[in-house]
Ligand binder design. Sequence first.
Ligand code: HEM
Length: 770
Amino acid sequence: MNLLSGRNILMLSGEELKQVRGALQNFLSPEMVIRYVSKMDEEVRRHVKVNWVGHKTVKVLPLAKRLTLDIICSVIFGQEAGSVREVLATDFPAMVKAALSIPVKIPFTRFSRGLSASQRIRKLLRGIAREREMLLQQQQAHGASAADNFFAYMLALRAEGAHSLTVEDIVDNAIFLLIAGYETTSVLITFMLWHLDKEPEVLAKITEEQDEIARNKGPGDALTWDDVSRMKYTWKVAMETLRTIPPIFGSFRTATRDIEYQGYHIPKGWMVFTAQSVTHLDASIFPEPSNFDPARFENNSSIPPYCFVPFGGGPRMCPGNEFARTETLVTMHYLVTQFRWKLCCKEESYKKDPSPTPLLGLPLTCKPPQKQSALLLALFIPILLHLVTRRKYASYNLPSGSLGFPLIGQTISLLRALRKNTDYQWYQDRIKKYGPVSKMSVFGSPTVLLTGPAANRFAFCNPDLIFTQTKALNALVGRSILMLSGEELKHVRSAVQGYLRPEMVTKYIWKMDKEVRRHIDLHWVGQKTLTVAPLAKRLTFNITCSVFFGEEAGPIREALATDFEALVKATLSIPVNIPFTKFNKGLSASWRIRKLLSRIAREREAALQQGRCSSTDDFFTYMIALRSEGTHLLTVEDIVDNAILLLTAGYETTSVLIIFLLRYLANEPDILGNITEEQEEIARNKGPNEPLTWDDVSRMKYTWKVAMETLRTVPAIFGSFRTAIKDIEYQGYHIPKGWQISVFLSSNSVVSLNIFLVAHYNQVGHLAFC
Ligand code: HEM
């Protein structure tokens, strides 16, 4: 443990222990935890949305561990969701596993893996702590307070002379907090769900308490300290869980000198061990101890001292108990109010490893609670929503229009218009009714619709508008560039952009040439009639597979192609995971695609490490090589998610352009004549099987103009969505934080800008991606 987590509180004694314990205790005191409730609330909501909503089965223990890690990262390290967290999430479990292994450093053992993980974690956290140190110095120069995370708090205390820990010591203590809070609270949450499944009456009471709290809150309101203080019954259930299954099985102490207990001698250097279950399951203290009965804690004073000790006792009692209580209660609130669950395996038991671990990780099926008067509610919700919106935004000048039914809003009517190709009329009708700026609700979010060139500029360039992460896209594509912001977005975007820049395109243009030739030989040559749309889609898919994943024609591509079609179909569906829906099929397909691509990416990673391939071979090797250089911190899974996004982004866009370009040429013989002339001139200068080069493509100036005219008349993407990260204004109207704005490209006559890749045609005739 010492080797893994360094010089932490467990190794201190005397004055130094007093100082550090005092600082830790203050940082975790109720007065401080009050400040963290909103951060915990935010993390729990994000977690539930990503990992529970829309999932039929979830495995509780790994999810609870990840949630506690995320909460500690946010509250203690001040580290928001992003690649740094992902690195921690990969290394940290290895380190925890090693904490109770035999400390002999032999390669490939648990201990040796844990040691390497611990070194990486410390390096990472030291970098963060140093950044905080600099920030703190700047803030102090401006007289601002900076105690918003553990690093800043401890550094500020050091500046006041309260302790003399180095940055390295502070990092070691931070790692210890992570270890102390990780497998403890997650075990408590896991076993609360385990008990609740077996105790319907207890569950009903908890549900009543939590529903009551939820009823008093507006939609989207975060839980407060007051709400947490009202969860009295839920905490009793937690205490009864801690009594029956304490996350820490016992306490060890070492005698620093010879001592005596009940007449026995305990020599200096010997250890003393007390097991919590001895008192927790003692029938003379807790009658019928095997019964699960939260009522035992109705009157805490009836429990004699040192009998209920899940958090230890005395001067070294767990200082994180309030922190653990609050995160557990916030988590239970959202799980109980949003889901009904059933254990997949009623008989699942648990082992001590050394913390209690359900043998299967506690898989359970979950679904949203069924509202009794769903129909009645459905009738009232729009009115209610209207009233809530009106009250909440009473001081805002919102554009006119209606938000319609929750979740659905105008989504169905817009999708229907798009399908019937009457979307242009749809926008015109809205503009006629509400003017050029109006409000509505599409794809699950309140949205302000803007039209015209000024709106395009506003949407594409305003720094307070970020890409909208639709629920469906997030669930299907995972953690791609669309979900990033700030510094991380900058790094990842520049890496992705690097792979798409002209110098790189020159490297893989031969692959495009090869794929197009193969496609034409197979599907066009010798055919009298053919249907362009599916062929163009398959062609762009094949090109992406070859260029991005290095995946040549074969069974893997075929498997990907089938699943990918289902994934793309699901991106514009209503994100409710009901069996046999588009969304449900898309989710299963996405899971298979990710599994397959992760395997390919890992193979490429190994090949790159062994020098069997180069960094420019495909997107995976390129991104993995950049990570080794420190350009970004994406995990292989993140890289795969970004690869899926690129595949999705390039699929129905380029293929739509090719389809409509061909249609256009079929109807415009003069233009076809000009294009043919340009292309035949290029062909004349090449040998029979010679592939096209970058120079050849640069000479296709007229052809690209025709493509641009095609994009103007039939934009491949019907509109762009952005989400406001703070309240903003457009032409006198307010757009509240969290709302979407959308501009519809076919409603104005500018060249369509693809949502994901913006292709500019510049004067020299180069195709540049930005
Ligand atoms: C249900 C959740 C938790 C349980 C059951 C628990 C239990 C314990 C126990 C039994 C001890 C004392 C061990 C001993 O006496 O040998 C301890 C110590 C400690 N815990 Fe917790 N803990 C929990 C959550 C947390 C959290 C969330 C944090 C911090 C974020 C934390 C921080 C600490 C620290 C720093 C110590 C060492 C105190 C010292 O050495 O003076 N714990 N915990």
